[in-house]
Each structure stands twice: as structure tokens, then as C-alpha cells.
Design a protein around this ligand. Sequence first.
Ligand SMILES: [Zn+2]
Length: 130
Amino acid sequence: MPKKINRSKLVKKLDTIFSIFIRRKNSVNEISTCFTCGKKDHWKKLQNGHFQSRKHYSTRWDEINCQVQCAGCNVFKYGEQYVFGNKLDRKYGSGTAERLYIKAKKIIKLSNPELKDMILRYENFVKLMD
Ligand SMILES: [Zn+2]
């Protein structure tokens, strides 16, 4: 019998594949750019930064809430949230940051099958990037 996959493992797996998706979809010749400071580096050296914190599940895997960031911005500057919000509004239209702020407050509960579907979806997206 297959080992029972628990929820935290599914969340972790989705985080991993989603992070690769975010970093690779913004790459040109493997080089990606930090959304908040513009630093360029190999996508493997950059991170998936969250405008609204990862603790909010409704925006944790939102493709606008999540942007490529360098460790300097994401870790040492705690995500550069103010700059992040301004740049989101500039790129996606004014009100984007506020919309994400409101969306993050919504409590959602993704089922294990939903998490598995999302894992498959992003695994397929990433495969297409090879
Ligand atoms: Zn940066």
C-alpha cells in the first residue's frame, strides 16, 4: 500500500513546484530579475517572493502575489512590501495591491485533491519550459 501522503507534504510539494514555475516563467536564458530591486541572477539563485505573506493560503499560490525576488529583498528586507505593492500596481494596474490585500484575508481551505491537482498543473507548466 502506498504511504499516506499528509497535507503538509502536499503543501510543501506545491510550494516547491510553484516556486520553480514563478522563477522560470520570468527567466530569459535562465536569468531572472528581482521584482523589487531589479537585480539579475540565475533563477536558481533567486526566490519566490510573496507580496502577502505565505501564511495566507488564499494568495500563497497566486501568480500575481508571487514574484521573483533576490534574497536581499525577500529575506533581509522582509519582502520589501511597500515597493512590491507599488510595482504590482504599476505592472498589473492600480488597485492590484489592495485587491491582493483583501484576497489574502479570505480564509480558504484547499482539499488534498485540490492541492494534488495544482501540483500536477504546475508540474506540467514547468515541463513545458524545458
Ligand atoms: Zn531584490
